[in-house]
Design a protein around this ligand. Structure first.
Ligand SMILES: O=c1ccc(O)c[nH]1
Ligand SMILES: [Fe+2]
Length: 349
């Protein structure tokens, strides 16, 4: 359903208030020609209403020769900010950056966060922003789960479809996403509501079955047949199945980079207002489909880059693959049982 400009601006005021924007702070609106101009206008309006010093940083779009499609997560690493130190300094001067252009999975984002500047990504369509308007309850649920994941030493995923996938944890931090950037140096994404970490290098092993109905991003594809992934020492070594398996193999091979097969962030969804079905109601270019990454009880794994947490894999190909009906066991605790969040109690939506 369409969202009015006035509602969009009010929602930004709510999210910037949760992000602790105060009158003596500066807010930079990062944009490019492909930003949703209504989102840009609402962000400017709301930040001014909160009394902040607001400014815009506009960057010309960057098109990588090998990039395919318009999904902003399809090609990671190089962005319109890459190689533009003056623009980066202008952004580091802000207390909060509202990113309507997508810096995620870039080294520059990490450099900016290290200066204490916080970043809020907002690139989804207004209707999706409205349905998953963040709340302090979202933060509480995600932080309850964070307490479990941040000290975990292992994760084990099983499913009736045949997944049996294990990894060691602890080498990398836990990243939470609850929809607002309220701490210095924090990155967050409105909309969201999930958490993840990365397997210790070389420790992810086993089988992951992408079952019928599971989702392949950025393809925005619901699988009609299952795909079986064999994972050895942190890398996918086999992709078996029917048409979707062939499509996935062909797409990843196109990048001609062995690092695309590395396992990237792994975690689970905690957003009850995100829906598995939502992707089917949107065009592929509407946004990046955060419903798929955040729906309650998914097991979300991904492939490719790990620069976000200081890793060395800056490969551009990033697949986000949320699975339904999995059981996720962190150390000895079952946090998701056959697709249903069961622990910790205060993470249940
Ligand atoms: O919010 C996001 C979006 C994409 C991604 O890869 C991670 N988190
Ligand atoms: Fe991802």
């Amino acid at each position: 359903m369409p969202v009015s400009n006035s509602q969009l601006s009010q929602m930004f005021e709510h999210v910037l208030t949760l992000s602790k924007v105060t009158p003596n702070e500066s807010v930079a609106i990062l944009k490019s020609h492909y930003s949703d101009q209504r989102t840009v206008a609402a962000a400017f309006d709301a930040a001014q209403r909160l009394g902040a010093k607001v400014y815009g940083v506009e960057l010309p779009a960057f098109n990588a020769p090998k990039a395919m499609g318009n999904d902003l997560t399809a090609y990671c690493g190089d962005t319109p900010l890459t190689g533009n130190p003056a623009a980066q300094r202008a952004l580091e001067a802000a207390d909060l950056i509202i990113d309507t252009m997508m810096l995620l999975h870039s080294p520059e984002q990490e450099q900016i966060l290290k200066t204490g500047t916080r970043i809020l990504l907002a690139v989804e369509p207004p209707e999706v922003l409205a349905r998953m308007l963040p709340s302090l309850e979202d933060k509480a649920r995600v932080q309850a789960a964070e307490k479990v994941l941040q000290t975990a030493k292992s994760m084990h995923i099983t499913s009736a479809a045949g997944s049996d996938f294990r990894m060691d944890l602890g080498q990398y931090p836990t990243v939470t996403e609850y929809g607002f950037a309220d701490e210095p140096g924090r990155w967050d994404h409105w909309p969201s509501g999930f958490l993840f970490s990365w397997p210790n290098e070389g420790s992810a092993n086993g089988t992951l079955v992408i079952d019928k109905g599971d989702i392949l991003l950025p393809f925005k594809m619901y699988c009609r047949e299952s795909i079986t992934l064999e994972v050895e020492n942190g890398f996918i070594t086999g992709i078996k199945g029917g048409f979707e398996a062939e499509y996935l193999r062909d797409y990843m091979k196109y990048f001609d980079d062995p690092e695309v097969y590395g396992i990237s962030h792994v975690g689970w969804g905690l957003q009850p207002r995100a829906q598995w079905t939502a992707m089917g109601l949107h065009d592929k270019n509407d946004g990046m489909c955060m419903d798929a990454r955040a729906f309650d009880g998914n097991f979300l794994f991904s492939t490719g880059p790990n620069t976000e947490v200081g890793g060395t894999r800056k490969t551009p190909c990033h697949m986000d693959i949320p699975l339904r009906n999995c059981t996720v066991i962190v150390d000895e605790l079952t946090v998701v049982n056959e697709g249903k969040v069961v622990a910790p109690t205060d993470s249940i939506g």
